[in-house]
Write a protein that binds this ligand. Structure first.
Ligand SMILES: Cc1cc2nc3c(=O)[nH]c(=O)nc-3n(C[C@H](O)[C@H](O)[C@H](O)COP(=O)(O)OP(=O)(O)OC[C@H]3O[C@@H](n4cnc5c(N)ncnc54)[C@H](O)[C@@H]3O)c2cc1C
Length: 475
């Protein structure tokens, strides 16, 4: 839905094909949004909807449950926003509806035919749909990925978990068990349930949808009783399977979100990475579809986003290994807890989990290049304006901060602004103030320097492929 919204903002004819009849989920999945995801929503002017529906938590979900403070991070959102995936999906569905994106529900994709100039999508009812490009955002078992013949390389699951919200007639034993998992109240302020249960279980790929009797069996195996478990709100499974598509693109077929990467839920990163994949891909695909950029621009999506998810796979594998329940693992966790209480390691790990430290390799230069643009308080034409407000329409912006004499007329929307505060980046700290910056629609800096730097026109040609004759207005 995030990708569809980005494409619609850019004026592309886009449609979502969805198997489910609604955005209602019958299981637990993501529990919140990290700082960078809230920032990208802020760039499009929709963060307020999510903030109004969620609860601000000053500490990160943590690394293997070790809490970390984000309060000193230079962002407007130095926290985790606790918000159920069901709510996140409801709000995104509302946004794409406003943008006029059709969602074809109850339509099941079963195959595809990729041609030189189009992709034909085959549906279970025998119908077909056609598009210039197809992006598989169809989850870990992605039919699109399989039909495109893209390998999903990585590690099989070693452990599975059952997770549920359920009522109990007896008072359960509250708390984490030494053997892993445990039972806790869904709402600590309410006495007498419902309860959240998480229990390990041997993993079977073909186990099917879990039932109340599976949950009761797991409780009896762990506690010797099922505490009279009944009336589950939902029961779900997850595992530590860790896999990534070897490429995010094959011709006119691309992958994003869980279709491109799966990993255990530690650190609460999966949905966040998927939303950010979409924001990286949206403007590039829009430019290619409109004929403004060559097809090769799409290769930068894989080049930039594959390493980001590879790092998430790596950190979740480490967290899964650190989560062992015996004394030796506990001793190791004690050390890691001590290290993460120190400022430098905390900043690094929190920068990674929050997504604030992402640094695409765009050729170097000023430390801003490749990193996310900070949301500075500017003055534009005498009025206070935030940088992220300039990104609402998902177009590139050349921010002229008055530090240079001016260069040739720019084909990119140019904004003259005043800013006299510090420039501080997450994890790396203060950096020199640049005279001007070129900001991509995804909020990452493509170039920084003086307006007469030949690197500026090179960056504009690389990212936006504008013809030299076209000149945009300056505000
Ligand atoms: C227990 C648990 C806890 C988690 N906690 C967090 C967390 O705290 N933070 C976080 O960021 N992430 C978390 N995640 C991960 C998060 O849920 C996923 O990363 C996220 O849902 C991926 O979104 P997606 O849109 O890529 O895929 P999905 O959510 O899987 O959506 C894919 C969509 O495609 C549809 N679809 C699939 N196949 C077809 C088809 N053939 N035809 C038509 N439609 C199809 C599906 O119906 C679905 O709507 C958690 C996951 C689990 C299991």
């Amino acid at each position: 839905m995030m990708l569809a919204g980005e494409l619609a903002l850019a004026g592309v004819d886009v449609a979502i094909v969805e198997r489910r009849g609604s955005h209602e989920l019958d299981g637990s999945r993501a529990g919140g949004l990290h700082s960078r995801t809230i920032e990208v929503l802020d760039q499009r002017g929709i963060a307020g909807r999510f903030l109004a529906a969620g609860r601000v938590m000053p500490q990160l979900f943590g690394f293997v449950g070790i809490a970390m403070d984000l309060g000193d991070f230079p962002t407007r959102h130095p926290y985790v926003l606790a918000l159920r995936q069901q709510e996140i999906e409801r709000l995104l569905a509302g946004w794409v509806e406003e943008l006029g994106v059709p969602i074809h529900r109850h339509r099941d994709v079963v195959g595809l035919i990729a041609r030189d100039d189009e992709v034909v999508v085959e549906l279970a009812d025998g119908a077909t749909m056609r598009g210039q490009y197809l992006v598989g955002c169809d989850g870990g078992r992605s039919v699109v990925r399989k039909a495109a013949g893209i390998d999903f390389a990585g590690w099989d699951a070693t452990t599975g978990w059952l997770i549920a919200e359920v009522e109990m007639t007896e008072q359960p034993a509250i708390g984490m068990r030494r053997e892993g998992g445990g039972v806790g109240p869904v709402d600590p302020a309410r006495v007498g349930g419902p309860y959240r249960v998480v229990l390990t279980q041997p993993f079977h790929d073909d186990a099917g949808e879990p039932t109340l009797s599976d949950l009761r069996g797991a409780l009896v195996a762990a506690y010797g009783t099922d505490f009279g478990a009944h009336s589950p709100t939902w029961i779900s499974r997850f595992s530590d399977m860790t896999r990534q598509a070897v490429s995010y693109r094959r011709g006119r077929v691309l992958l994003a979100g869980d279709a491109a990467h799966v990993h255990p839920p530690q650190g609460g990163q999966g949905l966040n990475v998927g939303v950010q994949d979409a924001v990286n891909l949206g403007w590039k695909l829009a430019q290619v579809v409109r004929g403004a950029s060559p097809d090769s621009l799409l290769d930068t999506y894989d080049a930039e986003r594959h390493p980001v998810a590879a790092r998430v796979l790596h950190n979740t594998m480490a967290q899964a290994a650190l989560g062992g329940v015996d004394d030796r693992h506990q001793a190791l966790r004690d050390f890691v807890t001590e290290w993460l209480a120190m400022d430098e390691p905390r900043r690094r790990v929190a920068g990674m989990l929050s997504g604030l430290d992402i640094d695409y390799d765009l050729g170097g230069g000023h430390p801003l290049v490749g990193r996310r643009m900070p949301d500075l308080d500017l003055v534009v034409a005498g009025a206070p304006t935030r940088v992220y407000e300039l990104l609402r329409s998902a177009e590139p912006v050349l921010l002229d901060l008055g530090g240079s004499d001016g260069g040739p007329p720019s084909p990119i929307r140019t904004v003259r602004a005043i800013y006299d505060g510090v420039w501080e980046l997450p994890v790396i700290g203060e950096v020199d103030a640049p005279p001007a910056v070129l900001i991509r629609p995804d909020g990452h800096v493509a170039w920084a320097g003086t307006l007469d730097d030949p690197g500026l026109s090179a960056a504009i040609a690389t990212w936006f492929a504008h013809s030299p004759g076209s000149v945009r207005r300056t505000v």
